[in-house]
Each structure stands twice: as C-alpha cells, then as structure tokens.
Design a protein around this ligand. Structure first.
Ligand SMILES: [Zn+2]
Length: 352
C-alpha cells in the first residue's frame, strides 16, 4: 500500500494499492499504461510494441506481455505519476570518503564533475581496477550539494550490491535507496538511488543525473527496453554519465559525433598497466573433467595462488562441471574452501 506521496515522486507506477487519502491528492497524474492502435499495443513502461493478438486477455482487454514480471500493465489499470519536486534537505559537502586519487584519476574526476555542472553527457572509459567508483565521488558530492536527484544504475544485481556499501561509506549521512528485483526492502524516497537498470522502468523524469555502469554488456547493450527505461527515468534536461571498460561501437559513434565527451584511463589505480593474458592450451580438458581429473599444470597454477593467498575464480563451461571440479579440488587442497555459483543458483547473492 502506498501511503506517502513522496513514494510517488518521480515515479510512474500501476495505480493500484493507493491509500484512500492519497487517491484524492491533486498532485497525482493518471495516464493509461497502454497506447492502442489498429493492430498494435504500445507499453508506456517498457516502450515495447506488441501485436494485438499476442496481448489480448480472455475478457477482451489487453496487457503488455514484455514487462509483466514487474506487475501486469493492462487496459483496466492506469499508471500514476507525481512530478519530481527535488525535495531534499540541503547538505554541505556530505562526502565522508577521505582517500586520495592519483593524478590521472583526479583529472578524470574533475572532468566528470565539470560535465555534471555543464549538464553534458559524458563517458568514463577506464580499465577494470582503475578505481571508477572513487572517481565518481566528487561529482556525486557536487550533485548532492546542489539538490539534484541522482541514480547509479547497473545491469547487474551483483554490481549494485557491491556498490551500495561503498557509496554509503563515502556519504555516511545520506540516505541511499537500493533497488533490485530481489530486494524485500520498502521503497523510500531518497536523493541518491542505486538500482538495476530494470528498476528504472518504475521512474519517470525523476533523475537530474543518471550514472549507467557497464553500458556495453548484456543485458543493457542492444536491449531497447532498457534504453527506453534510461531515457524515461532521466529528466528532460538531465545528464548521463556512462561507465565502461570496453566501449562498443555505439559509444565510439557517439564520441565521434561529439554527442558525448570522454575521459580515458588505461591504467589501474596502482598505476600499472593491465597484466597481459597468457593462454595455455590443455588437451582433452573435457574428457579429463568428465572423469574427475585435472592436469598438473592447472593444479600448479592454482597452488601458487593458494600459497600466495590470492583469491581466484575458475570458470567452467557447464553448470554440471561445478560439482565435479569442487570435489576434485577438495582432494588437492584439503584446507581450502571452494564455493561454486551459477546464474540461477538459489543462494547466488549470498555466495557472491
Ligand atoms: Zn511493457
């Protein structure tokens, strides 16, 4: 049940579960969730166009089958929206992070802040381990001080879960809302939101600044529904900041056409270049895994990591290989704990 009008600030939700008191508030704007024409229905939440015959309900009404996992939008329900008022308490220099940036990081950080000030879209192109998150802190600090509403969105839940405590520690006094499909937390109106890109579908012209992480990877890349969500969640004159380690063709095109400016950081925070990958070919790997055996070469590599106390990941081609590998590794490293995880693992979030 939605009781507080602030829960609707900058949000566009299915208009059920509104408290009686709230229903009559004249700030609420109602709109149909679906646009219907001769042979198509167009969903306002996910932007998808669906053939009428694929979207028909038994009672001759229509629904959007594409975004149904977020609650059914149909011709019997309306969407409700309240304009974003930026009703935040004034804060002065809320940053509590006191780490130091390298000169290169500092340069990128200044460029990002300047683009926030100028309201221009920007790309931070930095290798994995370059300290992307830390380079955002000054710009976020500026946005918070200036009463802007900010969202940091990632295609992946894991990334949101990892970012949340780091950003909270960097801005201790700021309430941050963490939103993802598996969250059981109640929604709270906050100046700073960390969420999956899917969650942006519940917002409408909410954010002055939208930071989008891992723009070049699945599921964001090439997904028109998520692009639609980003566009809708951002205010008309809002600013986007893209983060990536590996820009795709779309981003290069935007750079070339000067639609976005770019900060480039090819080095990691300790100023070393990325290690070069060395490739080792292993004959009969499949057969070996099937019979529960691992080559000495691989064991030797893993042993050196274990002895140096370096955590490491092993990727395998099939889910079924996980248990085999875990069992085999247990024989070689009896005091080391190995954990396995895969996309649909029930305990995935806890394990990660
Ligand atoms: Zn939809």
């Amino acid at each position: 049940m939605i009781n507080e009008i602030s829960e609707l600030y900058g949000r566009r939700l299915i208009a059920t579960n509104l408290s009686d008191q709230l229903k009559n508030d004249n700030r609420l704007k109602f709109t149909n969730g679906l646009k219907i024409n001769r042979s198509w229905i167009i969903c306002k939440r996910c932007g998808t166009q669906t053939k009428k015959r694929l979207a028909k309900l038994p009672n001759d009404q229509y629904y959007c089958p594409v975004c149904i996992q977020m609650g059914r939008i149909d011709t019997l329900n309306q969407l409700v929206y309240v304009e974003e008022p930026n009703q935040f308490e004034a804060v002065l220099n809320p940053i509590t992070w006191n780490g130091e940036l390298t000169p290169l990081q500092l340069q990128c950080s200044k460029q990002i802040t300047q683009n926030f000030v100028d309201g221009k879209d920007h790309l931070l192109w930095a290798v994995t381990g370059a300290g992307k998150t830390e380079m955002l802190f000054n710009a976020i600090n500026w946005a918070l001080e200036n009463g802007l509403r900010i969202a940091l969105a990632s295609p992946r839940v894991d990334v949101c879960l990892e970012l949340f405590p780091r950003i909270q520690a960097a801005f201790e006094s700021i309430n941050i809302s963490l939103l993802h499909g598996k969250s059981t937390m109640n929604y709270q109106y906050c100046q700073l939101t960390i969420c999956t890109i899917h969650q942006l579908m519940k917002f409408y012209q909410a954010f002055d600044v939208l930071i989008i992480d891992e723009v070049d990877v699945f599921p964001y890349a090439g997904n028109s529904m998520l692009h639609f969500a980003v566009k809708n969640a951002l205010k008309r004159n809002g600013t986007k900041l893209y983060l990536t380690a590996t820009p795709d063709l779309d981003l290069f095109r935007m750079i070339k056409h000067h639609t976005i400016s770019v900060s480039y950081l090819p080095k990691r925070f300790h100023n070393h270049l990325l290690p070069e990958i060395s490739l080792l070919r292993q004959k009969k790997l499949r057969e070996n895994i099937n019979v529960g055996s691992i080559s000495n070469k691989l064991i030797k590599i893993m042993r050196s990591k274990v002895e140096a106390k370096i955590p490491f990941l092993v990727f395998v081609p099939h889910i079924n290989d996980l248990e085999i590998l875990k069992r085999v590794l247990g024989k070689y490293f009896d005091r080391i704990i190995f954990e396995t995880v895969f996309a649909n693992d029930q305990n995935r979030l806890a394990k990660v």
